[in-house]
Design a protein around this ligand. Structure first.
Ligand code: GLA
Length: 349
């Protein structure tokens, strides 16, 4: 095949976060896993410096010059991710050839399943391979790059949870992430006859400009009031010293970190009943203290309970999206739910 025709394909999965919500940007603990569904990017070398992109599912396309310093000005939505990944790879010193990119996937967008991180990660792997520099950045550097794309090019102030999960997942394992040290510790997630399932609330909320940014701002204000660098350093008792709603936000973050640790211990003991109770406790905290639930999410939680879930909680950034529910061995999954289990990380196909 002539060099100009060389094509590579990369796949990056979405992610589910078992527990540890709104803790990543507070240097806390999370317990995500990569899932089967994801985003596929095929990159074909095209000569020159033009990047041509086609988003197959959306029937949309884009074209810009990789050598252009300011392609971000014209990019919005999915285009900002592509322009951002290309811009950040160039900034990292990777020499990208001109390319045709084709994006497809089977991961719901905006449903709290890490579709943005999956898109960025698949673009990174495909472009690095095409550039002949597959190892130019390690997985942590790639995760940081994907987060920068989302923060600085797309304008969403998300944390490292999603990119780290999609770039580090392993089949059969959840990942205990410590966002202070950036340690990634695999934790066996062998469900046996138990099942984790996603139930859609039917509500979609963009993270940009939503309550998500507001919650981040409140956590930052709480840090300033407590004179700590991050809420990981806060204590439970600190919550009592702060005015509403900051005290409640601190209570959620501190208690959620504790629930992540308890979930890791319960998984090691094979105590899924306890994991279910921890999911319920996480939801109560997300609803009452962090206030990221909505009537549609509450109705979905109720539906999961009526179907016999052992535990369920609002999942991802909140304000809509999916509910994650745990079902015991003899309980059939409710109609319309999707079973999820830990799958492999982003990779070349
Ligand atoms: C979104 C963000 C993550 C994380 C979660 C909440 O998914 O992308 O960084 O903050 O919300 O846990």
């Amino acid at each position: 095949m002539p060099a100009a025709e060389r094509a590579v394909t990369a796949f990056a999965p979405g992610r589910v976060n078992l527990i540890g919500e709104h803790t990543d940007y507070n240097d806390g603990l999370c317990l995500p896993f990569a899932i089967e569904r994801g985003v596929t990017v095929t990159a074909t070398a095209a000569g020159g410096t033009a990047i041509e992109v086609r988003a197959r599912d959306l029937g949309e396309s884009d074209r810009f010059d990789a050598a252009d310093d300011a392609p971000r000005d014209q990019g919005a939505g999915w285009r900002a991710f592509v322009r951002g990944v290309v811009g950040e790879l160039c900034r990292a010193g990777v020499e990208l050839p001109g390319a045709r990119l084709e994006i497809s996937g089977d991961l719901a967008r905006g449903a709290g399943l890490g579709s943005s991180a999956a898109l960025s990660a698949a673009l990174c792997l495909a472009l690095l391979e095409l550039a002949g520099s597959p190892d130019a950045l390690d997985r942590l550097a790639l995760a940081r790059l994907c987060a920068r794309v989302e923060n600085e090019w797309v304008g969403v102030p998300s944390g490292l949870l999603d990119p780290l999960a999609v770039l580090s997942g392993e089949p059969g394992q959840a990942l205990a992430l410590d966002m202070r040290t950036l340690d990634v510790e695999p934790v066996a997630l062998e469900l046996g006859e138990w099942r984790l399932a996603l139930m859609d609330s039917g509500e979609r909320r963009e993270l940009a400009g939503s309550g998500y940014a507001q919650r981040r701002g409140e956590c930052a204000r709480a840090c300033r009031a407590l004179d700590v660098e991050c809420l990981r350093e806060a204590q439970f008792g600190d919550a009592e010293t702060l005015p509403a709603p900051l005290g409640a936000r601190v209570r959620h973050v501190v208690s959620e970190n504790g629930r992540v640790e308890q979930t890791v211990r319960s998984l090691a003991a094979g105590d899924f009943g306890r994991v279910g109770s921890l999911l319920d406790a996480s939801h109560a905290s997300l609803r009452d203290d962090f206030e990221v639930s909505t009537p549609a999410v509450e109705a979905t939680i109720e539906r999961s309970r009526a179907a016999g879930a052992a535990g369920a909680r609002s999942h991802g950034g909140g304000f809509g999206g999916q509910v994650l529910a745990l079902f015991g061995p003899d309980t059939p999954l409710p109609d319309g739910s999707t079973a999820v289990s830990p799958a492999a990380a982003a990779r070349l196909l």
